[in-house]
Design a protein around this ligand. Structure first.
Ligand code: UD1
Length: 420
């Protein structure tokens, strides 16, 4: 198993390119199930989760090639409808095949994803919405067995909670349903918006894109023809490197970003004292003479993303005074706290709120990654800790960050990937 060894205390400088967004690419790959042609998907990040989704599509009968950052996926040949436990257990987002498979074939069998390190993460809202669209859902031996022999029908769906992959699943199901589907309380994340825009540009009329109310005109099982798609930049990867610049109090530039997706992150960093230069597709973060404490409450887009909570907690360790971080989306997303504490951090947890005392010296230690974003917080803390930190179990990082250690090396960090 690989681990990262990081020597703290070095400033960063220079620039790196930000990859395509994993969380936008995953639903886009699932979308190929609705296409009658080969789809070229570019700016695809070559991370483990993307490879897992491509393997899942292949298991269903699709073919693909993946060179550089472009994959050509032909899912017109899909002839199986079972997303097996062996793949779903590796990646929860496999659930994104549920809507497309059911819409195209009228039945499918998708393993239940189960909980994960950050919480229970049920899929009840996905299932309830599909039932409203005429599906019959049974849970048997850990699988969702879904049938809709006469196809899915348009319906009005009100999501009790805002769900990103739930909205994506239902948008894709609705694209091939008969009639109009209205989703109320839809997610508005840029990844959802890109999915809707692609559909809208290729024969599925969608009203309300970017709002919390979507109306999707279904094509009654007529497959789509989408020649090519370019995945939007990864706002969470960009946010993580902005935190790397901030925590080391350095000037670094990120290229190939979309600032409009980064507003809540930029505003929070400005509040902490950092300054930025924004150019068309790049952003430069500049040092702050004094890092101010802050408070964060994670919420749905355009609010502060839960996927950036751990990285900002690492940054809060260097702020003057106490920062308050409230996690509102996932019940168990503080696994990084105990590892940061092992590095000397002073963090008090009270239910879903962490109080982080800044300016306590951090010391290198052996720490363990527990989930994707928690892992990047440990790397950030290691960049400023005294001495050497070893971050173990970095397969979590490899699920979602493209060549993390190479990009940090390019910026001047002393970081090496080694094998246990
Ligand atoms: C997606 C992102 C993930 C991000 C999260 C929140 C992908 C592949 N993953 O995850 O990185 O952290 O959005 O921005 O895009 N919920 C239910 N029932 C459901 C569905 C969700 O109760 O059927 C709850 C969840 O437990 C959670 C909240 O709703 O508390 C939001 O979850 P959701 O938006 O669905 O997260 P994901 O789509 O799984």
């Amino acid at each position: 198993m690989d681990y990262l060894e990081i020597e703290g205390g070095h400033k960063l400088s220079g620039s790196i390119d930000i990859a395509g967004a994993k969380n936008a690419a995953l639903p886009i790959l699932a979308l190929t199930i609705l296409c009658e042609n080969e789809v070229e998907v570019c700016n695809l990040p070559p991370v483990f989760d993307i490879k897992t989704m491509l393997t899942l599509l292949e298991n269903l009968g699709a073919t693909y090639t993946f060179e550089g950052d472009c994959a050509r996926v032909n899912a017109s040949t899909v002839n199986k409808t079972e997303a097996k436990y062996d793949i779903v257990r590796k990646m929860r987002a496999s659930i994104l095949t549920l809507g497309p498979l059911l819409a195209r074939f009228g039945h499918c069998e998708v393993s239940l994803p189960g909980g994960c390190a950050i919480g229970q993460r049920p899929i009840d809202l996905h299932l309830k919405a599909l039932e409203l669209m005429g599906a019959n859902i049974e849970i048997k031996q850990g699988y969702v067995l879904a049938t809709a022999p006469d196809g899915l029908k348009g319906a009005t769906i009100i999501f009790d909670k805002i769900t990103v992959t739930g909205t994506e699943n239902i948008v894709m199901a609705a694209a091939l349903a008969k009639g109009e589907t209205k989703i109320i309380n839809a997610a508005k994340e840029p990844e959802v918006v890109q999915l809707c825009e692609i559909l809208n540009d290729h024969g599925v009329l969608i009203k309300g894109i970017g709002s919390d109310e979507l109306i999707i005109h279904g094509r009654d099982r007529t497959l789509l023809n989408i020649p090519e798609i370019t995945v939007i930049p990864d706002r969470i990867e960009a946010g993580t490197y902005l935190c790397a610049g901030a925590i080391t109090n350095s000037t670094i530039t990120l290229n190939r970003v979309n600032h409009s997706h980064l507003i809540s992150i930029i505003l929070k960093l400005q509040e902490m004292g950092f300054d930025f230069d924004l150019r068309e597709e790049s952003i430069t973060i500049k040092p702050s003479p004094k890092i101010r404490n802050m408070s964060i409450s994670t919420t749905e887009y355009p609010g502060f993303p839960t996927d950036m909570q751990a990285q900002f907690m690492a940054l809060a360790l260097l702020a003057d005074g106490t920062s308050i971080i409230e996690e509102r989306l996932f019940e168990n997303r503080f696994m990084h706290v105990s590892e940061l504490t092992r590095m000397g951090a002073n963090i008090t947890l009270n239910n879903n709120t962490a109080s982080v005392t800044g300016k306590v010296p951090l010391n290198g230690a052996d720490v363990m990654a527990t989930d994707l974003r928690a892992s990047s917080a440990l790397v950030l803390a290691a960049l400023v800790a005294n001495g050497t930190t070893r971050v173990h179990r970095i397969y979590h990082l490899d699920r979602g960050y493209v060549a993390l250690e190479k990009k940090l090396q390019q910026l001047g960090a002393k970081i090496t990937r080694l094998s246990e």
